[in-house]
Design a binder for this molecule. Structure first.
Ligand SMILES: Nc1ncnc2c1ncn2[C@@H]1O[C@H](COP(=O)(O)OP(=O)(O)OP(=O)(O)O)[C@@H](O)[C@H]1O
Ligand SMILES: [Mg+2]
Length: 295
């Protein structure tokens, strides 16, 4: 306790005696005000309109009053320290949290102006529109072809075998995998490298023509070459899809996204153009995180 007092006194003394001006401080923003996000959390052309979103696991509030728009055809990156709620918030966007019994979602969450949590909504159809790619590639233990063909088949997107073949080929091409696998479409997917498996999962997600692709740390299990391929793919996909990517790599967020959202302890602290977040963040906590002072 003495040590604490001593520290406080010496800091106070220093700030009075120091001649050089102190760096500009932003006292009002050093703390988090619940429900307040600095920067540009809203968009004119919103695909998702999310207002006052709260997520609870039992009594634990994992997401605390977050409001955000996700624009059509934007790539938005979610960053922040481990446990701050990035995956939880991402999973709200295609109701993946539904499968967690103790999880409840509150607030207004709209996709194209329609309530995402309308009990009448067909969740299977929703997940075809809002696809997901997970941290760990999770191909089905089936052939490469079947992994991609499964979704279009169950959603009735192809009437003839030749239509299905075309969807499989196009999806694998978009995922940058066609040349590597075209001669072994019947081989089992689990025999592929991790990077190939992840691109296969991306092909599987886009085979049903989604509008949005959610990606939760899609490159964390990949080497730099496979990561570069997935990043190239994200850039190409962003021409036709809305992409939400959670990443622990700030370089990756800077490379692939248009806007970046900084989460902290269940709050959405700042959303801004990615360049701004990484060159002149508005919030002190964002700055501390991107400069590596914590997280
Ligand atoms: N299935 C679950 N059951 C109970 N609590 C959970 C569950 N999933 C997440 N949580 C809690 O919700 C909070 C946010 O977790 P979440 O996984 O969303 O964080 P994150 O930002 O994705 O972290 P990381 O970067 O480590 O993946 C944490 O306190 C976590 O313990
Ligand atoms: Mg996570």
């Amino acid at each position: 306790m003495n040590t604490m007092n001593a520290t406080v006194t010496s800091e106070a003394d220093m700030s009075e005696t120091e001649n050089t001006p102190l760096p500009e401080t932003k006292p009002a923003e050093a703390t988090i005000e619940e429900g307040v996000t600095v920067g540009q959390p809203f968009a004119d052309d919103a695909k998702f309109q999310l207002r006052n979103v709260e997520v609870l696991y039992g009594e634990n509030r994992a997401i605390k009053n977050i409001s955000l728009d996700i624009a059509r055809n934007e790539v938005i990156a979610f960053i922040g320290p481990s446990g701050c709620g990035k995956s939880t918030f991402l999973r709200c966007l295609n109701r993946m949290n539904d499968s967690i019994d103790i999880c409840s979602v509150k607030g207004s969450l709209q996709l194209e102006g329609q309530d995402l949590y309308d009990p009448k909504r067909d969740v299977v159809e929703l997940r075809a529109r809002v696809g997901m790619v997970f941290q760990k590639p999770n191909p089905f233990p089936k052939s490469i072809y079947e992994n991609v063909a499964y979704g279009p088949r169950i959603h009735g997107l192809a009437n003839r075998k030749s239509d299905l073949d075309d969807i499989v080929e196009n999806s694998l091409r978009k995922a940058g995998l066609w040349e590597e696998v075209k001669d072994r479409l019947d081989a089992t997917a689990t025999g592929m490298s991790g990077g190939q498996q992840q691109r296969l999962c991306i092909a599987r997600a886009i085979a049903v023509s989604p509008e949005v692709v959610l990606m939760d740390e899609p490159c964390s299990a990949l080497d730099p070459i496979a990561t570069a391929k997935v990043e190239e793919l994200i850039a190409e996909l962003s021409e036709s899809y809305t992409i939400v990517i959670v990443t622990h790599s700030m370089q990756q967020a800077a490379r692939v996204s248009h806007r970046t959202a900084y989460f902290h302890l269940g709050h959405l602290v700042e959303v801004n153009d990615t360049n701004k977040v990484f060159t002149s963040p508005e919030h002190e906590l964002t700055e501390s995180y991107i400069t590596g002072r914590f997280g």
